[in-house]
Design a protein around this ligand. Structure first.
Ligand SMILES: Cc1cc2nc3c(=O)[nH]c(=O)nc-3n(C[C@H](O)[C@H](O)[C@H](O)COP(=O)(O)O)c2cc1C
Length: 186
């Protein structure tokens, strides 16, 4: 209940041993067939993170022509406008991006990546770190060749999940309200 998506970060890299501690925890997450196919890409450099955010904005601009439905549904115009007004709502000032990668045809990868990141998000909270999924960067990483090139992973591998991580500048003091549990007993 204390874990929240963090959208404001201190602008300094995270200690490598903390990142390794979190990735080590992820090794113990469940994985279909125990295949353990995930590999991790860690960008722990605020300048590189900014470049990735800028390329994500480029991809959004490009999407206006290539996929207008997605452009509208994901409200990309708002992200672009805010970026141009000096507000980065893509990387949110995080110093580090972590991606879970695997072979593009690996059927167990989508749930494995999501579960691994859920483990990391809970553990990060206990280390004083904040995290947030960022499907904005994640989607762009799969769809936009110039960004894929900067990430530099081998041919045939794709990022299945992407999250921001860093020391938070914002703290939540209350548990969020949520919809009631929707359950059917059979
Ligand atoms: C698959 C996935 C993708 C997400 N993508 C984004 C994103 O691109 N940008 C963002 O600010 N938050 C993103 N989030 C965070 C959600 O908005 C957030 O989890 C939700 O609003 C609930 O808030 P909480 O995590 O603080 O409890 C994503 C979450 C998930 C699970």
């Amino acid at each position: 209940m204390a874990r929240r998506s963090i959208r404001g970060y201190v602008n300094r890299p995270i200690e490598r041993d903390k990142i390794l501690q979190l990735l080590d925890i992820a090794r113990f997450a469940p994985h279909g067939g125990n295949r353990q196919v995930l590999r991790w890409l860690v960008i722990n450099d605020p300048a590189k993170v900014s470049k990735i955010a800028a390329l994500t904005i480029d991809w959004m601009k490009h999407t206006k022509d290539t996929n207008p439905g997605l452009y509208e549904e994901a409200k990309m115009e708002v992200f672009i406008k805010n970026w141009e007004a000096g507000s980065d709502q893509i990387s949110r000032g995080a110093p580090c991006i972590i991606q879970a990668w695997a072979n593009k045809d690996e059927r167990t990868a989508p749930p494995a990546a999501a579960i691994a990141i859920a483990h990391i998000q809970l553990a990060a909270t206990t280390l004083g770190l904040g995290t947030s999924w960022t499907e904005g960067i994640g989607y762009a990483s799969r769809a936009y060749p110039p960004l894929l090139k900067v990430l530099g992973m081998p041919e045939g591998q794709i990022p299945y999940a992407t999250f921001l991580i860093g020391y938070p500048t914002e703290f939540y003091h209350r548990i969020p309200t949520r919809k009631a549990v929707d359950v059917t007993w059979v």
